[in-house]
Design a protein. Structure first.
Ligand SMILES: Cc1cc2nc3c(=O)[nH]c(=O)nc-3n(C[C@H](O)[C@H](O)[C@H](O)COP(=O)(O)OP(=O)(O)OC[C@H]3O[C@@H](n4cnc5c(N)ncnc54)[C@H](O)[C@@H]3O)c2cc1C
Length: 213
């Protein structure tokens, strides 16, 4: 699938890092846990970190929170910008000017839709939980009616999006600074799932379930 550019998503600077490949967009969304929701609340921009889930057809990003959350209450009334960023490496160049980062980043624009249909709400919350830890929705207790009523779920279409990706070494290896004798390269960074830390209050006899091993 190709991403359709709009006036809002058209890359202007560092255009060579832009991608119009829908698979790049979906890979960035699939790889992340946290997005940043940019929304104007009472005339002031807020950028709120929050977890998200991608619908199985990859058409919608779901995010949720308390029904009292100001950013969630304001979101359906305005265009928001939701970003997901992966930091893949520090680019250490010969000159300070050429330093940078390797990254994969997506920005999605739209007016989010509050999800009120009970079936879709459960399905969306399932998406969110499964996105973070597959298998956990069926393993843990699912939300009660009271918990569902206290939770706002919003759906944002992935239709209007832009993607930027930088990979590779610093850009000054073939310029005049190459003669400086300064070491240059990339410090790769990655996020890892580390060893599980059991809750100290866990009673004996509760083993780690297979989906978490
Ligand atoms: C971790 C990280 C660190 C960065 N650090 C710097 C930095 O220190 N200095 C710097 O100049 N740039 C940095 N960038 C790049 C930065 O995000 C912008 O792409 C760049 O600054 C161009 O901004 P602009 O406002 O001129 O974008 P424009 O080209 O005017 O933006 C036009 C449209 O392109 C899209 N777009 C722009 N940036 C991105 C993006 N990152 N991801 C997806 N879509 C995008 C948006 O839809 C935007 O509306 C960084 C990016 C990442 C991910």
């Amino acid at each position: 699938m190709e991403i359709i550019e709009t006036e809002r998503t058209r890359h202007r600077r560092l255009r060579e890092q832009g991608s119009l490949d829908g698979d790049d967009l979906h890979a960035i969304l699939a790889d992340g846990f946290v997005c940043h929701l940019g929304v104007v609340v009472d005339g002031c921009p807020m950028v709120v970190p929050t977890v998200y889930g991608l619908s199985p057809d990859r058409e919608v990003v779901y995010f949720h929170g308390s029904v009292a959350s100001r950013s969630l209450v304001a979101s359906p009334e305005t265009t928001v910008c939701l970003t997901v960023t992966h930091l893949d490496g520090l680019v250490l160049a010969r000159s300070v000017f050429e330093h940078g980062v390797n990254y994969r980043c997506a920005m999605i624009y739209g007016v989010p839709r509050p999800v009120t249909d009970p079936e879709e709400k459960l399905a969306g919350l399932r998406c969110l939980t499964e996105h973070v830890t597959p298998g956990q929705w069926d393993y843990a207790r699912q939300p009660s009616r009271k918990e569902l009523a206290a939770t706002a779920l919003l759906a944002l279409s992935t239709r209007e999006a832009s993607v930027k990706i930088r990979t590779g070494p610093p850009g000054d290896g073939d310029g005049p600074d190459a003669r400086l004798g300064v070491w240059a390269g990339v410090r790769p960074l990655r996020m890892v799932r580390d060893e599980l830390e059991p809750d100290p209050l866990l009673p004996d006899g509760i083993d780690i379930p297979p989906h978490l091993r």
